[in-house]
Design a protein around this ligand. Sequence first.
Ligand code: IMP
Ligand code: MG
Length: 196
Amino acid sequence: MKKPVPDEFAELSQALQEVYITSSELQERVAQIGRAISADYADKAPILIGALKGVMCFMADLVRAITIPVEVDFIAVSSYSTEERDRGVVRVIKDLDLPITDRHVIFVEDVIDTGLTLNYLLRSLRARSPASLEVCALLNKPTRRLMDIPIRYKGFDLPDYFVVGYGLDYAERYRNLPFIGILKPGVLFSRSQAGN
Ligand code: IMP
Ligand code: MG
């Protein structure tokens, strides 16, 4: 591996082909995004909305890198079946707690792959008439995009790899890795088994 696995995660990382983004690279980028949001949204008290569960680490670090008043809320959507995914449909399991009408909203996403999930969620948020709605995504896989989604804040562009760690799972595992790793191809069976 070009970037070494920290010793204490060696066992959990056996299914990884490579460490792709280290913990310190993640922290540095998240700090930059936090500074940008703090500057752009001064006096706007934005609401940050994340879709559980993949966004958990990014959201936790991002809010601590933002130095202006913010509110945080989460929405939970189900893993889609292949058919539902193709239709761009996701099931909302937990809706927002906070009203967003006339509020400045930043949708915080772990990874945008096809963009179908996010496109659906953005449509449903727009229907609630926020004052503004922007997207902040840690990871972006442009080669697989089916929907055109403007990303205001972006962490890293990724080729078409299935990645885990820093909140991202494969079949609910690996969310606790503090870095982003690429799964060995043999480990990956079907994308529809991956959680959100
Ligand atoms: P999309 O609808 O194809 O953009 O995929 C959306 C969701 O699938 C993301 O928010 C993730 O939860 C999940 N996902 C997509 N790519 C990956 C990956 O490489 N690792 C883990 N989860 C992923
Ligand atoms: Mg997600």
